[in-house]
Design a protein around this ligand. Structure first.
Ligand SMILES: Cc1cc2nc3c(=O)[nH]c(=O)nc-3n(C[C@H](O)[C@H](O)[C@H](O)COP(=O)(O)OP(=O)(O)OC[C@H]3O[C@@H](n4cnc5c(N)ncnc54)[C@H](O)[C@@H]3O)c2cc1C
Length: 451
């Protein structure tokens, strides 16, 4: 006899596992180490983009999509390095997940069709009004809070997990140092990765260790530490999501919708340095290698209006990070560059956008050429979250290095190895939340069967 059927550690993507397990009749204990998880975890900070391949919102618009198409996009972006089993698992569950979140949990999803995320061959990101994760999180947490089958213990940190017979003993620690043992049939580690652990970031991802970390303080790598005690040393540990459009003024997310609508990114000399539409994640390391590791997003009023759909962008506006001017000379003065260099950059970008000459960096998508008045936002590269972690099977069960299952132990989200391959280049928008909510949903289901 155990205290509970399932312990879910981590109230980000972990909420999906708690709700799914309870829906199937399991008694769940949800814990989180941070009293501020609702405002400070990665899910709350995210832009709430959930990919669902073959969802009913896509079908309503006549868009053809499938797990196979999504898999092709992932393999193209990761140069075929993404873990094949986890990719299959997540692409296959992605549509079911968004439909379950809407139909069973009341999340008010719609399909994003106003711009194209780099790497997705079809519109497949689902989001909510305001496009901010804290609303999804508070909605789901309210459902957890009112669920009779789910108990909540916050703050409490999962420190260790040990096997005793067929059961698991989780050792929890509260901020006053008190330790408590709880027995369970299963434990889901949804504790995210190690982005806040400077020492681990330096060891595994040196290329981004000098950039600002813009994720949860609680992402200390606890799942990797707990997993290693069970013979799982983790995989894809240099995989991460970076971002090249974190505003310097106010540290808010200016966002890559700016780029996809036609903005350009220049370095502090006023020069472009690549095809911005490759992806915001890999562009973080590219910006980090530019002089002073700072740059300027240059957009116009049309793009500005289009980006107001994002609460992150609205917050960037409210913070005072935008500098507006109606001519190139003043724009050069604002960003403190040689006006002839900036003018040449804009002329070349204009020719690329109108397709009168090929873009020197191979960029094919601009939507429209930029036109005055211009808006400039100073940006810096950031590490958002790590994507390497414990390898799991199709039920989100943790695998040892020898391929055997650690019975009863599950991992999801940043705690698990994701589907972004190695480094920053393989990250596709939405694949962080898909791994967090998708693996957690699957784990909740599998753990409920194990009761
Ligand atoms: C600014 C930003 C924007 C993003 N936008 C997107 C997007 O649009 N789409 C997308 O797919 N991804 C996005 N991501 C990535 C996405 O947010 C993450 O991949 C995802 O939220 C990870 O979920 P998680 O459950 O692993 O972690 P989290 O949401 O961080 O939840 C982990 C929880 O575990 C708790 N915890 C940590 N250690 C312990 C422990 N030992 N015991 C108990 N609790 C513990 C933490 O307090 C935290 O609440 C974004 C990330 C950031 C930072």
């Amino acid at each position: 006899m155990t205290d509970v059927d399932l312990i879910v550690a981590g109230a980000g993507g972990g909420l999906a596992g708690a709700l799914r397990a309870a829906e199937l009749g399991a008694h769940v204990l949800l814990i989180d180490s941070s009293p501020n998880f609702m405002r400070g975890n990665n899910t709350s900070m995210s832009t709430a983009m959930f990919p669902g391949a073959g969802s009913r919102w896509q079908r309503e618009l006549g868009l053809e999509d499938s797990p196979e198409t999504f898999t092709r996009d992932i393999m193209k972006k990761t140069l075929c390095t993404a873990d094949p089993l986890t990719t299959k698992t997540l692409t296959e569950v992605s549509a079911e997940l968004v439909e379950w979140m809407a139909d069973s949990q009341g999340v008010d999803f719609s399909l994003v069709t106003d711009f194209h995320y780099p790497g997705h061959s079809v519109h497949r990101c689902h989001t909510i009004q305001g496009r901010k994760g804290d609303r999804v999180l508070s909605h789901l947490f309210a459902r957890v809070d009112s669920n009779q089958l789910i108990d909540i213990m916050v703050p409490a940190r999962l420190d260790q997990v040990n096997h005793v017979g067929d059961s698991l003993v989780a050792i929890l620690e509260t901020p006053d140092g008190a330790r408590e043992e709880i027995t369970a049939r299963s434990v889901l580690m949804a504790t995210n990765g190690f982005g806040a652990n400077q020492e681990m970031v330096r060891r595994f991802i040196p290329e981004i260790s000098g950039a600002v970390y813009h994720g949860s303080d609680a992402s200390q790598g606890d799942a990797l530490r707990i997993g290693s005690a069970h013979g799982s040393s983790g995989a894809f540990l240099n995989s991460y999501q970076g971002h090249a459009a974190l505003a310097v003024h106010g540290s808010t997310l200016a966002g890559w919708a700016t780029i996809m609508h036609g903005a350009i990114l220049v370095n502090i000399n006023g020069e472009r340095f690549g095809d911005e539409t490759r992806g915001y994640s890999e562009y973080a390391a590219m910006l980090a290698s530019q002089p002073s590791a700072r740059g300027w997003l240059i957009l116009d009023q049309r793009i500005h209006q289009a980006c107001l759909a994002f609460r992150d962008y609205q917050e960037t506006v409210e913070s005072g990070a935008l500098r507006t001017t109606d001519n190139v000379a003043d724009l050069a003065a604002i960003i403190e560059v040689d006006p002839t260099v900036l003018a040449e950059t804009l002329v070349v970008a204009d020719a690329s956008a109108t397709h009168s000459t090929p873009d020197p960096f191979g960029r094919a998508t601009f939507e429209k050429p930029l036109s005055a008045p211009y808006v400039a936002i100073k940006v810096q590269p950031a590490l958002f979250h790590t994507q390497g972690g414990l390898l799991v099977n199709e039920n989100a069960q943790v695998l040892r290095d020898d391929g055997t299952i650690v019975s009863g132990l599950y991992a999801a989200g940043g705690a698990a190895a994701g589907i972004s391959g190695y480094g920053a280049d393989g990250y596709l928008a939405g694949n962080g939340l898909l791994s967090a909510f998708g693996l957690s949903y699957i784990a909740g289901q599998a753990a409920a069967r194990n009761t």
